[in-house]
Every structure is written in structure tokens, then in C-alpha cells.
Design a protein around this ligand. Structure first.
Ligand SMILES: [Fe+2]
Length: 281
């Protein structure tokens, strides 16, 4: 059965949050907690738009899913769990990501305690009448999952829209050759499969878009159309990654997201603090 899909685009971080449903039960994929790095202020404006949609349509959230531990935004999964219910889940290889960052963020709580469920590669989850298959697509991070539901795949940070290309592979545990193989697996799906992006960073003059197909990606993706070899991709990706600055929110985001989006406890003065490691990256 094919799902109904509602997208929410966060222009501040280029992130797309999805509500995937069968008219009764739903999963929420990659919800965003607004965070202003200048003031240190969080807000739930983006998440509340999702809450309103879910309530307006009388949906019951079964799963709150992360495609991976994001480096560009904080997760709103704990907020949505508190307001709407549902179980927070991420790929089981999150333990590798947490280990990769343990040198800098040893205070991050244990993942098994924070996530309600760790999804094994190829595991099938149920969302009402829908079946979701988790596809392990490492490369951007070791724990990336894509979620296949009917004729739709939520690709996470693997491919971007055809004119933008692919996700970076230079974070701890990332690997361009691994990403190439993950993407070729996705592009081996039926050509009409609908692909939903995790992000869009539209070139000047193009409105944000997040839906494409396997056929369109195989014909037109600037980094990974048919005919690009693994070696060509790895060379391009490595060269390009060397020019990219760290994402603005990587330090706040990673320490929160490897703990399932849990914000730190308040200190004695009632204020919560994130930690900024100096000279560690
Ligand atoms: Fe990412």
C-alpha cells in the first residue's frame, strides 16, 4: 500500500520533515527543533506546524524516525513524543556514530537509554496499514537509514535533488566509497519509485523541491547519474568536501542528536548549557 505524504520545509536549515500516513496512523520523519545559534534560544514553531497537521487530520503518531544523527539541526523528536506520543527510533549503527564523537562529547548519555528503538538494517516497521522497510545506506554517517514505504523512499542524507547532487562524506565515520555503493542500491529500485529528499539547498532562482524519482536521478543527478564510476565519485566528493566549512549547527546538533534529541539537564542556576569543544575539530 502506498502512503500519503505531507512535507514541511525548514528554510533555515534546508531540512524536510515528513508526516507519512494511511489516514489514521502516521510516522514523523526528521522533525526540526528551531535553534538560533546567536541567542541560544530554542523554539517549536516548525514542530508545532507538524503537530497542527497531525491533529487536524486525526492522526496517531506510531513512530518518530530519524534518518541519521543530523549535524545541521536539533531534533524535535522528544518534543513531539511529549505532545503527540510515538516512539523515537534511529538506525542501530548510531552506536558507531556516538563512538566516533565520544572523544569530544563523552557526556552524551547512552543511546540505548535515550532512543526507544534501534532499527536493524532491513527491519520492517508497521505504521497502521503501512509497512516500512529500513534500508541501511551508510556513507554520510555509518548509521544512515533510508525508509521505504510502498512506492516512496525517504532517502536521508544520500542523494540530494538532481541539480544539487549528494551528501558530504567528511564527518567522523563518513566514507565516499560507501556512500556511492549505498546510492547505487537505492538507484537499483524500480525507476518510478518516488524519492523524498532529507534536504534541499536550491540553486539561486529555483524554489525548494524535495521529490524526484529513481529514473530522474539516474538520468540527471550531477554527482551520481548512470555512468559515473565509484572512483570518479570518490575523487569528486573528496575534492569538494575539502572546500566545505563545518555546518553552523554541527556542535550543538550532534551532542543533542546522538542522545535522541534530549536537551541537557538544567544546572543549579536553572539554565541548560550545550558544550562547545575548543580545537577538537
Ligand atoms: Fe546529515
Amino acid at each position: 500500500m502506498n502512503p500519503q505524504i505531507q512535507a514541511f520545509f525548514d528554510a533555515a536549515t534546508g531540512t524536510v520533515t515528513y508526516v507519512v500516513h494511511d489516514g489514521r496512523d502516521c510516522a514523523i520523519i526528521d522533525p526540526v527543533l528551531d535553534y538560533d545559534p546567536r541567542s541560544g534560544r530554542t523554539a517549536t514553531t516548525s514542530a508545532d506546524a507538524v503537530v497542527a497537521f497531525v491533529r487536524d487530520h486525526g492522526l496517531t503518531p506510531v513512530w518518530l524516525l530519524e534518518t541519521h544523527a543530523h549535524a545541521d539541526h536539533l531534533s524535535a523528536a522528544p518534543y513531539l513524543k511529549q505532545v503527540l506520543g510515538g516512539r523515537i527510533a534511529i538506525g542501530s549503527h548510531i552506536a558507531d556514530v556516538q563512538q566516533a564523537f565520544a572523544r569530544v562529547f563523552p557526556q552524551a548519555p547512552g543511546v540505548r537509554r535515550e532512543f526507544d528503538h534501534l532499527i536493524a538494517p532491513d527491519e520492517v516497521l508497521t505504521i497502521g496499514t503501512l509497512q516500512l522497510q529500513a534500508l541501511h545506506v551508510p556513507g554520510h554517517t555509518p548509521a544512515d537509514l533510508a525508509y521505504r514505504i510502498g512506492d516512496a523512499v525517504f532517502v536521508g542524507d544520500t542523494l540530494f535533488m538532481p541539480d544539487v547532487g549528494s551528501a558530504r562524506c567528511d564527518f567522523p565515520g563518513g566514507c565516499a566509497a560507501t556512500l556511492y555503493r549505498s546510492v547505487r542500491r537505492l538507484l537499483a529500485l524500480p525507476p518510478a519509485t518516488r524519492l523524498f529528499m532529507c534536504h534541499d539547498y536550491p540553486p539561486a532562482g529555483r524554489p525548494a523541491r524535495w521529490e524526484t524519482t529513481v529514473a530522474e536521478q539516474r538520468a540527471h543527478n550531477i554527482h551520481m547519474h548512470d555512468g559515473v564510476t565509484e572512483q570518479q565519485f570518490v575523487e569528486m566528493r573528496t575534492r569538494r568536501d575539502a572546500t566545505l566549512p563545518m555546518p553552523v549547527l554541527i556542535l550543538p546538533a550532534i551532542q543533542v542528536n546522538i542522545s535522541a534529541g534530549q536537551l541537557p539537564e538544567a544546572e543549579a542556576n536553572g539554565v541548560r548549557y550545550l558544550k562547545i569543544p575548543l580545537d577538537a575539530f
